[in-house]
Design a binder for this molecule. Structure first.
Ligand SMILES: [Zn+2]
Length: 433
């Protein structure tokens, strides 16, 4: 039988804890204000991939954001697909936010216009402060917007609670002369060899540190395997030199570029180089592993086991490994249990599946030292989803801890202390040094 009093007490305790949010993609609030905000905006990030996976055609999806088409007509297109994704945790997270932030219990035929109006009204408020700080009790967030498609102003947010993330994906994935020209122009340098390219990286790192960036993010799992082999300078240099022999076919608007396989030794070398730079700057390194957002991604590239050579070699680096490694969570649990320099990060998982988050947390409690677990990263472009995410994550954490107390695994005080660590103190230790 459920101990209602205990259940309420643990829920109450967890609901008021401060959060250190390890991962977001929130655009500047000013830029959000320039966008059209309506019901479809709420479905333009994670839920979009469920819409596509459920069978929505790409042209139908683009129509949702075409203001030339009446909202009634767009709702008609949207509503039959919404029906198919109302069961997923992505949609449930949106509904949770809509209920609390706008007082609307469901998104349907009778509420979508009212909800769209309320979303528009948020533009006249300090909505981020309200949602993130007052509503979610988020004290700090690590925000990654550099090289993110769909975000125009990629400079760090001017918010006291935001920690800026540096990303070098554009530099790592150089594959043609056009890329080299682009960097020469952007940074005002000449690049004739790999040494010049590394010098450019050095100067970007220095400049970024001065601008207040404090974290390195590696998100290359979206494009290739995360196995970064040990590569010599001369092997990487040989690939880089090939770039200068690539042809440009002028008015045919075609250019030559190197294949993924040809580029791998260069990319591997650059990733190792960047990790060494991060160590010099005391930047924690966040790495995407596991599930890929969007559709048709190759998850077989993203097993955290591929990173073990990095964990072995770079003992001084603090690796924050993302998304619970899912579907390779057992692998990541095993790694985090063994390696002092590897942290197990649940970011995004609360939205992928509530049950999954609970199951993995239950396992993590019994396997990984408590200081190594980061329980929350919203991982959202849409600030309302961060609200929904933290609300759901707190509920799941409470449910798991309630179970652990009733099984006499934890005392009440131990459970609350554990929640404080995973939601706040652990990432503070790593990111605010
Ligand atoms: Zn992310």
């Amino acid at each position: 039988m459920k101990d209602k009093k205990l259940f309420d007490e643990i829920k109450e305790a967890v609901s008021s804890l401060p959060i250190f949010d390890t991962h977001e993609h929130l655009m500047h609030e000013e830029e959000r204000r320039q966008n059209e905000l309506d019901v479809f905006y709420l479905f333009s990030h994670y839920a979009a991939s469920d819409l596509v996976s459920s069978g929505m055609q790409e042209n139908e999806y683009s129509m949702l954001f075409d203001r030339e088409i009446s909202i009634e007509k767009r709702w008609k297109i949207f509503s039959r697909h919404l029906e198919n994704i109302k069961n997923t945790s992505y949609t449930k997270t949106i509904l949770e936010a809509v209920k609390d932030l706008f007082g609307i219990d469901d998104i349907n035929e009778t509420t979508y216009e009212q909800l769209s109006g309320k979303l528009e009204n948020t533009k006249s408020m300090n909505w981020y402060d309200y949602v993130l700080n007052e509503g979610s009790n988020i004290k700090f967030m690590v925000n990654f917007i550099e090289n993110m498609p769909g975000i125009n102003n990629q400079k760090p947010l001017n918010r006291k609670d935001s920690i800026a993330v540096k990303n070098f994906e554009d530099i790592i994935s150089v594959c043609c002369m056009e890329d080299i020209f682009k960097f020469e122009e952007k940074y005002g340098v000449n690049i004739y060899c790999l040494k010049d390219y590394l010098d450019l990286i050095d100067s970007i790192v220095e400049e970024s540190a001065d601008q207040g960036y404090k974290v390195l993010k590696i998100v290359i799992a979206y494009f290739r395997t995360i196995r970064f082999d040990e590569t010599s300078f001369s092997d990487a240099d040989a690939v880089f030199t090939k770039l200068f022999k690539l042809k440009d076919y002028g008015f045919f608007e075609k250019i030559d570029f190197l294949s993924k396989d040809e580029l791998k030794p260069l990319q591997d070398y650059l990733v190792h180089y960047l990790i060494k730079k991060a160590i010099e700057k005391s930047w924690p390194v966040q790495i995407h592993t596991g599930l890929l957002n969007g559709n048709r991604g190759d998850v077989s590239n993203t097993n955290p086991c591929f990173l073990i050579n990095l964990f072995l070699k770079y003992k001084k680096c603090r690796f924050d490994i993302f998304h619970a490694g899912f579907p390779y969570s057992s692998e990541l649990i095993t790694i985090a249990k063994q390696f002092p320099n590897v942290y197990f990060d649940f970011c995004w998982i609360q939205q992928v599946s509530f049950a999954l988050y609970g199951e993995i947390l239950n396992l993590a409690i019994e396997t990984i030292p408590s200081n190594k677990i980061f329980a929350f990263g919203g991982d959202n472009f849409i600030v309302e989803c961060t609200y929904g995410s933290q609300k759901k994550a707190r509920k799941i954490i409470s449910d798991v801890l309630y179970k652990k107390i009733t099984e006499n695994y934890f005392s009440f005080d131990e459970a609350v202390k554990f929640a404080e660590k995973i939601l706040y103190h652990n990432p503070v230790e790593v990111y605010l040094y």
